[in-house]
Structures are given as C-alpha cells and as structure tokens.
Design a protein around this ligand. Structure first.
Ligand code: TYM
Length: 380
C-alpha cells in the first residue's frame, strides 16, 4: 500500500494516518464496545484509552476473556536504553502501570542494552549499560508494583533466557527477519539474532501475554505470532499507542537525537519554557488580529496535542481549551503557558520519584518477589 508516511521500529516518517496503519499492519481498532468491556472490570478508563492514544490491538478481547475466566494474563513491555528518556517514552509505561494496578498482574520490563549497543556503531557496551541504569530509574519512578514487576537487562538475564531464545531463533529464517526489519548484508549478526530476545519474554509464562507499546514495535509481534503456538505458547496480544508528536510539528515521532524535538525528563523549568515557546509547533494564526478572527487549529497544534494525549486529564477542561483555542478566544501563547505549567509540575514530581527510585533498583531487578522467582527460573 503506498502512503506518504512510514513506521518502523527505528524511525517514523511523515504524518501518520493511524487508520491506514491499522489496515497496513493488520491490527484491530479499539472499539467503544471493547472500552466498555474494560471499564466494566476496571471501573474507569485511563485518559489514554478515553482519548484513543491507545487505539489499536490484537487479541485484547481474548485477554479480557482469559481474565474473566480466571486464567489470568501477564504484561510485558521494554526500552532500548538511551542517554536520556524523553516524555514520549513514558507513554507506554504510564499506561502499563495503570493496567497493572487494575488487573493486578505480573509485568516484565526488558531493557535492551544489547540491542542499543549493536544498532549504534558509536556506542560502547559500557555506555548502553550506564544508560540502562539511568533509564531504569525513570521507569521505576512511574510507580510499578515491586512484588509483581521484574526489570531485566538482556546482557545480565541472558543465561536464563538463552534456551528459549535458541528455540525461537531456530523458527525464524534470515529472509523473514531481513524482510521484517530491513536488514542488509552489512548488518552485524547480533542484530539478526536480536529479535529472538525481544520475542522471548512473551513466553515467560504459559498465559497470554499483553504488550502495551508504541505501534512501531509491531513487527516483532508479527514474527512472534507466526511461531508462538508451534512452541506451545500463546500468540502475544498487544495494545498499541500513537506517538506523542515531536515539538517541532505533527510529523514523525520525537527523537532523542534531535534535542529541539523533545522534552527530556531531565529538562529544568527554564529549558521547558524556552523549548515550548520557541519550538512547539503552533496551529495559531500569524497575528493576534487574525487569530481572534479565525481561531487556531488544535488538530495540528503540538501543545494542544500534548495536553490532549497526556497532560490535561480533565475532560471538561480539555474541551474548554479546545473550544477557546478554536474560536480564537485563547491565544497560542496562553495555550503554550498551560502546557509549560503542566509539564513542569509533572517533571518536578517525576524527578522526586526518580530520586527515591535509586533505593528500589535492587528490588525490581533482583530482590523483589517476582524478580527472585525469575532469577531461579531457566526459560526453556
Ligand atoms: P524504544 O526504547 O525505542 O521505545 C520504548 C517504548 O516507547 C515507545 N515510544 C513512544 N511512545 C509514544 N510516543 C513517542 N514519541 C514514543 N517514542 C517511543 C516505543 O513504542 C516503545 O514502546 N526494541 C524496543 C525495546 C523493547 C520493547 C520490548 C518495547 C524490548 N522489548 C517490548 C516494547 C515492548 C525499543 O527500541 O523501544
């Protein structure tokens, strides 16, 4: 299918048409009926579900059925560690935390220090391990259940995963992996094997696995679903999110390597203010007079999109902001100020929790209830 956007695990280009992507990837839309079913169990719906940030799925209906029938399920998500996490990276983690809280299930978080190292010629393994430690603090700060969460780094947990990974690897051919990930003859052989390691955690339990993640990770799950049953496991279920757009405009996704496109979790209040005021792409008119007359366009305004997708949870407030901006009553500067205040409050709280997370790294990685169990298990 030809389109003027593309989504792969490594990059997102153009303005993504999410309805088209559902067709391209062969996933299912999250329907109002499915949301109602979730709400019956959870009591309320997370803002990212209400507002269709999580918009697509595979087998979420079967996950709910398993849950209702008492078979249960487990959650799995992950992160390829980088120098600093940006606000977009938190989207799947924040939502996963909500799912864990509501369903009281185990969660596995894979930190792919190996993937990051092998994909980036300029990085050393020492660096990606350092990034892993740093990113784990941000992930713990989101507030997962320490008894039900295991955070593991590939280069450390490999012994326990290796037998399972070899079985997975044997089922995947080079031509499939090459076609799925666009590998070339010059690709190093580590990266050819790596998909087996991203698939392995979907088989950590003999229950259905639900993966909350950005939709860019979907190619891995397509491979998983082709082979899981032949290994005696369930096809992985997924719940996919849209991308928080880069500050610089509604196209692509935020990139760690383009500082003006992102707000980092370490950005101080002045930096946040400067970046939003300077770079946040505006749907407003060029002059105040024109803006008052014609109003702004929230659909392309990145500040509005960030408030809608993440930072303004109150449905009445976001509706009022949208109306006022569209009508021209609210100016771009005022809209940006709302976002700056919300962001700085969020980041201040996040940084406090990040400090506390330093005491919890051992629990999540080695000493917690689930972590201990996992270190005693060899996955076959
Ligand atoms: P990584 O580190 O690129 O991304 C981590 C998670 O963040 C999501 N994401 C975003 N979500 C919303 N808006 C954005 N702008 C944005 N940018 C990134 C990604 O979709 C992802 O869910 N190979 C993986 C690491 C991994 C993994 C997993 C991810 C290993 N196992 C299982 C998800 C589930 C990676 O490079 O993620």
């Amino acid at each position: 299918m030809s389109s003027n956007f593309s989504v792969t695990p490594w990059e997102v280009k153009g303005k993504v048409d999410y309805d088209k992507l559902i067709v391209q990837f062969g996933t299912q839309k999250i329907t109002p009926e499915l949301k109602e079913r979730i709400k019956k169990i959870t009591g309320d719906l997370h803002v990212m579900l209400r507002r269709d940030v999580f918009f697509s799925h595979r087998d979420l209906d079967l996950v709910l059925k398993d849950y209702e029938e008492g078979k249960g399920f487990f959650l799995y998500t992950g992160r390829a560690p980088s120098l600093g996490m940006h606000i977009g990276h938190l989207v799947p983690f924040i939502f996963t935390k909500w799912l864990q809280e509501k369903f009281k299930v185990n969660l596995y978080i894979e930190i792919t220090d190996d993937e990051k190292f092998m994909r980036n010629p300029e990085l050393t393994l020492e660096q990606t391990r350092q990034f892993a430690y740093d990113n784990i603090l941000d992930i713990i700060a989101v507030g997962f259940d320490p008894d039900r969460t295991f955070i593991f780094q590939d280069t450390e947990y490999i012994r326990n995963m290796y037998p399972l990974a070899t079985k997975i690897a044997k089922k995947l051919t080079f031509s499939e992996v090459r076609a799925t990930f666009g590998l070339e003859n010059s690709s190093n052989i580590g990266i050819i094997f790596y998909p087996a390691l991203q698939v392995a955690p979907t088989m950590f339990e003999k229950k259905r696995c639900l993966i909350p993640a950005g939709i860019d990770q979907d190619p891995y799950w397509r491979l998983q679903r082709d082979i899981a049953e032949s290994l005696g496991y369930y096809k992985a279920a997924q719940i996919h999110s849209k991308f928080l757009p880069p500050l610089t405009g509604p196209e692509g996704k935020m990139s760690s390597s383009i500082p003006e496109s992102a707000i980092y979790l370490t950005d101080d209040p002045k930096t946040v203010e400067r970046k939003i005021m300077k770079y946040a792409f505006s749907g407003g008119q060029p002059t105040i007079e024109l803006h008052r007359k014609y109003g702004g366009n929230p659909e392309i305004d990145v500040s509005f999109q960030w408030l809608y997708m993440f930072f303004e949870e109150d449905d009445n407030k976001i509706k009022k902001i949208e109306e006022d901006y569209r009508s021209g009553k609210m100016l771009t500067g005022e809209l940006k100020q709302i976002l700056i205040d919300k962001l700085n409050k969020f980041l201040e709280e996040h940084r406090a929790k990040r400090e506390e997370a330093k005491e919890l790294v051992n629990t999540f990685k080695y000493e917690g209830k689930l972590a201990k169990e996992m270190w005693n298990k060899i996955h076959e």
